[in-house]
Design a protein around this ligand. Structure first.
Ligand code: NIG
Ligand code: FE
Length: 409
């Protein structure tokens, strides 16, 4: 199978031979794809014999980027929470709603009542929409089940959908998303369930690659998070952590201590936390869409993290409570305006760095010969235009492993 994408005004990609933010900009180009891999990148003027190709795609003087890699999503949920969104608009905070029994626990109650096939169907239709907005790989967390059977159902759904459609999904076990209703007065019993039953079951069925914990005031303490993540480590699950989102809580310091793969959110990260991440090669995954959607004014210190030597990633945090979007292009705009990041930096942070955080950077995340042809074609004249002309979907085609998986009508 040979495919040619011709008439590209600019190909932009992280240039992995260079440092964070330094990109390749190839003008007037064409890309040859063979058997799902990038075979060659040429000048548009190079002569081609159309008989050599099974398909020729005209980029119409648009831009080609690597498909986005969204390394923090919670896509397996049942009902949505627009009612809580309205409560927030009227002045209640996310924390107040959670303390009153709403929030994650609200989602958990509804998830447990829904049948497997219905949850799977609605989740699968959500996953298809990632392609529409240019995302070709996601990390997907469980975390709305919070019982042995319901967490297994959630991970099983992720694994099944991963096998049935083109978007790659990397599963993360997030049984430590919250303490469910029936364990509110017996935290230790829930930790016991997580450590001695759920984690071994996840491992036995090979349902996840990572383990995550919501380490936060009112959710899991630093000590509890350490116990859970170390137990998961012993079963071969590497760590990701929801850290320092709502308060400066020590999550980033813990991420450094246990050499987590990523520490996510980090709105309230301390100076010590920043050093801990930089010194231990923990990837900060910033989620500015969540800060925006929660109506807060403090954003994660992206520039400080970069200056400390960290290579950052950006993700949607797609979930029904604190960030109801799957659109990475919107994250580009919020990151530019609220984190002060330049398009070249955002390109790294939405492609190669999140790919690295998922252990996939050898195969995806940049446009180089030999890499998987996960590409998007956008109707824009240049890279700066992407965050600038905002709230729009600029993607005209999405390719996964060299196959067109989304095409604008
Ligand atoms: O990343 N922080 C914890 N989990 C999600 C919120 C989930 C929810 O509200 O349903 C987050 O923001
Ligand atoms: Fe999250």
């Amino acid at each position: 199978m040979r495919l040619l994408i011709k008439n590209i005004a600019h190909i932009y990609s992280a240039n992995t031979a260079e440092k964070f933010g330094s990109i390749l900009d190839k003008e007037n180009a064409q890309i040859i794809i063979e058997d799902g891999l990038i075979k060659d990148i040429q000048n548009n003027s190079e002569n081609i014999n159309s008989n050599d190709y099974d398909r020729i795609v005209d980029a119409r003087s648009g831009v080609v980027l690597p498909g986005f890699v969204d390394a923090h999503t919670h896509p397996v949920f049942w009902h949505t929470r627009e009612d809580e969104f309205i409560m927030r608009i009227q002045g209640k905070s996310y924390e107040e709603i959670a303390e009153a029994g709403g929030g994650i626990r609200n989602s958990v109650r509804k998830f447990r009542q829904a049948d497997y096939d219905s949850i799977k169907l609605v989740t699968k239709s959500r996953i298809a929409r990632f392609a529409e907005y240019g995302t070709t790989t996601i990390e997907a967390k469980s975390g709305y089940g919070l019982s042995l059977v319901d967490e297994m159902r959630s991970l099983q759904i992720i694994n099944e959908i991963n096998a049935e459609q083109p978007i790659e999904m990397v599963p993360t076990f997030l049984g430590a998303h919250e303490i469910p209703d029936e364990y509110r007065n017996q935290r230790e019993a829930y930790l016991d369930l997580l450590i001695n039953e759920m984690i071994p079951a996840v491992k036995e069925k090979e349902l996840a690659k990572y383990c995550d914990v919501f380490c936060e005031q009112g959710v899991f303490t630093v000590d509890e998070s350490r116990r859970i993540l170390k137990a998961a480590n012993a079963y071969g699950l590497k760590s990701r952590i929801h850290a320092d989102e709502l308060s400066s809580f020590g999550g980033a310091e813990l991420a450094g201590e246990i050499k987590a793969v990523s520490a996510d959110h980090l709105v309230k990260i301390s100076e010590q936390g920043i050093r801990a991440l930089a010194e231990n090669n923990v990837i900060p995954i910033l989620l500015p869409g969540t800060t925006f959607f929660l109506g807060k004014n403090d954003y994660a210190p992206a520039r400080k993290l970069i200056q400390a030597g960290c290579e950052i990633a950006l993700a949607t945090d797609f979930n029904p409570g604190s960030s109801a979007t799957q659109n990475m292009q919107l994250i580009w705009t919020i990151s530019a305006i609220k984190l002060g990041l330049l398009p070249q930096e955002i390109l790294w942070a939405t492609t190669i760095i999140p790919a690295r955080s998922l252990g996939l950077a050898e195969r995806i995340g940049s446009i180089e010969p030999g890499k998987q042809a996960d590409l998007i074609i956008l109707d824009i004249p240049n890279l700066n235009y992407l965050p600038y002309f905002y709230g729009m979907n600029h993607v005209s085609k999405t390719l996964k492993k060299g196959e067109i998986i989304y095409e604008r009508a």
